[in-house]
Design a protein around this ligand. Sequence first.
Ligand code: HSE
Length: 293
Amino acid sequence: MLTVRAPATSANLGSGFDVFGVALETPADVVRVERARETTISVTGAGSEFIPEDPEGNTVGAVAKALDAPARIEIDKGVRPASGLGSSASSAAAAAVALNELYDRGHSRKELVPIAAEGEALVSGEAHSDNVAPSLLGGFTIVTDDGVTQVDTSVPLVACLPETAVSTRDARGVVPDEAALDDVVSTVGNAATLAVGMTRNDPELVGRGMDDDIVTPQRTALIDGYDDVREAALEAGATGVTVSGAGPGILAVCDRSSRRAVAGAMIDAFDDNDIESRAYQTQVGSGATLYRD
Ligand code: HSE
């Protein structure tokens, strides 16, 4: 049996819609696989009751099919579905690494990105790779049509998850078809600033580059309490705040010394809106890790 731990991720980072992503040190999914004639899937852990075990409807089933690698697959969810932390991508990335090894397929981590993304199409309707790339490769990733660029970094983060859910399909439904040139110009500037901040491990620059005027404003309307939580995080020392992936999770960047205060402020602000939440005090971390039993 092979075991793979694949991290949660936060995609977009505001200015990099469908392009930027980071691996989070915590939480993570754990997937165990062994060879079988037909693929079977069992799911336990956070939100497992909402995840189909039928391989035809499960992201991991899509990965097994793409790799022609039938297996008995156990998924232990640490990443809650519909949270904005790339839950389906964590499972898909873990399964891709495990099944690639189990059947000796010989794909590199970068070659596994489009394979793991097959599963994303089942969840969101589109095979976007900005969650599976960091879950497979770790660090900060930039996904374009030409491939993936990866940077190792350890920028401190707080990911705050309210006990509400937003489906990725719904969140993609509010993304505008067009954007004004002014908004594109400011978003490109912010994205470039953020990318430089990641390479310099500089939370100040990363935070400054997180804003975008195109996608995020449409999505914050789907997250009760967003404005209050953002303001509270900034007052507590966050250098930038945005929607994590498709939401409803909210991601803050800050100095290591401010993480606890930022996490507390975000939880309190959700609480003031009668919404329970939990916060992960984390940082950009490594990608999927393989263990042999
Ligand atoms: N880039 C995707 C989106 C990530 O924002 O819809 C979903 O987690």
